[in-house]
Design a binder for this molecule. Structure first.
Ligand SMILES: Cc1ncc(COP(=O)(O)O)c(C=O)c1O
Length: 385
């Protein structure tokens, strides 16, 4: 069929994501894949057996549009105990097909033609295309290596009459930084007396290190009342392929969110929801996640300490950024290809997370891997001169 140019791409600048490209390149070169952000270990056996149990018990048809009420109640109880947040499971929580769908639906529901959305770059790659598809305009604040901190006075300058939304992400992918209590107070000041919505991507909420507390917007009533919080069970329970997440938002925002959700996904896998409702009754599984990943972080950092890579701080998430400026002057997009081809370790170049591809000679490794995998990768990285 020849469409004779009649197809006008809605996302003309978007190609295949770097994650797909790097994973394919890693396979092609038989490299250890520390590029894409997923664990190479299995979910807790209890979670798997709960799914099987749910299927055998006949929970195989459509779940309610907003999600199983038992699961929503479990989430409400969790955020009450962790963040002292009062969330109504009936009117303020919706179960989604992963965090990405929750982000997309929140943006589709809230952003109209010419609305401005402030993004902090480097940023998870789904935010900007979702804004563009909704007809909105992305406004970028650049956070820069090595600490990627935010100067809130500069952010203030980006706010206009058209600012509809600010997207935050803590712990942060790809920088592994976290927002502090001070940042959250600045955000309160910034949005006070406005009707700006905050889209808060908290999919790594349980992966916070060195005794720090996760700064959920739900801890702050002045933020919670204007926020849509996105969570992902895939990140918390080592089951990224199951694609179950949720959105917590005040009633008025949830009503609009569900209008879009019901015609996009309608409802999410029933047996998985049953299993997650059961596993939430074991808080130790998510409460221990920070310690579990902190050990992996320390193991990996220690293993590459003797290499020529410079380690940046890792405060949360399961990513480790390194600078390779002592090894090469190459662009980060070329460097990761070379690293994969010649040293058989795949990583993600951080420039791709920037609107204007800012190259700071920094790449991202994912350490959600078995120690054996990390050790093997580290051995190779340490040999690079
Ligand atoms: C910052 C961030 N938000 C959202 C997601 C998506 O989560 P899910 O796999 O549940 O769609 C990811 C996954 O990598 C992520 O890193």
């Amino acid at each position: 069929m020849n469409f004779k140019g009649s197809i006008r791409s809605k996302l003309p600048t978007v190609g295949t994501t770097i994650f797909t490209v790097m994973s394919a390149y890693a396979r092609e070169h038989d490299a250890i894949n520390l590029s894409q952000g997923f664990p190479d270990f299995q979910p807790h056996p209890l979670l798997v057996s709960e799914v099987e149990q749910a299927m055998k018990s006949g929970f195989n048809q459509y779940a309610p549009m907003a999600g199983l009420i038992t699961l929503r109640e479990g989430i409400a109880a969790k955020v009450q105990s962790l963040y002292k947040a009062d969330v109504d499971p009936n009117a303020e929580i919706t179960i989604t097909a992963g965090g990405t769908q929750a982000l997309f639906t929140a943006i589709a529901a809230m952003i109209s033609e010419n609305d401005e959305v402030i993004l902090f770059s480097p940023a998870y790659d789904s935010y900007a295309p979702a804004v563009e598809l909704a007809g909105g305009k992305t406004i970028h604040y650049n956070m820069e290596a090595p600490d990627f901190s935010i100067n809130w006075k500069q952010v203030q300058k980006l706010i206009t009459q058209r600012t509809r939304m600010i997207v935050i992400n803590t712990p942060h992918n790809p920088t592994a930084t976290t927002l502090s209590e001070k940042d959250m107070k600045e955000l309160i000041k910034l949005t006070k007396d406005s009707d700006i919505i905050i889209l808060s991507d908290e999919v790594y909420e349980h992966i916070v290190f060195d005794g720090a507390e996760h700064q959920s917007v739900l801890r702050y009533p002045a933020l919670a009342e204007r926020s849509m919080v996105v969570g992902s069970f895939g990140k918390t329970y080592h089951a990224t392929g199951w694609k179950v997440g949720y959105c917590i938002a005040p009633r008025e925002l949830t009503t609009e969110f569900r209008k879009v959700h019901q015609f996009n996904v309608f409802s999410v896998s029933t047996p998985m929801q049953h299993a997650y409702a059961e596993i939430l009754k074991h808080p130790e599984l998510y409460l221990d996640l920070g310690t579990f990943y902190q050990q992996k972080r320390d193991f990996f950092r220690n293993a590459i300490k003797g290499s020529k890579f410079e380690l940046l701080d890792t405060k949360g998430s399961y990513f480790q950024l390194v600078s390779y400026k002592n090894i090469s002057e190459e662009k980060d997009t070329d460097f990761v290809m070379w690293l994969t081809r010649e040293w058989k370790v795949a990583a993600i170049p951080v420039s791709v997370f920037y609107h204007r591809h800012l190259d700071q000679k920094v790449i991202r490794f994912c350490f959600a891997k078995e120690n054996e995998t990390l050790e093997k990768a580290a051995e190779r990285l340490c040999k690079i001169k």
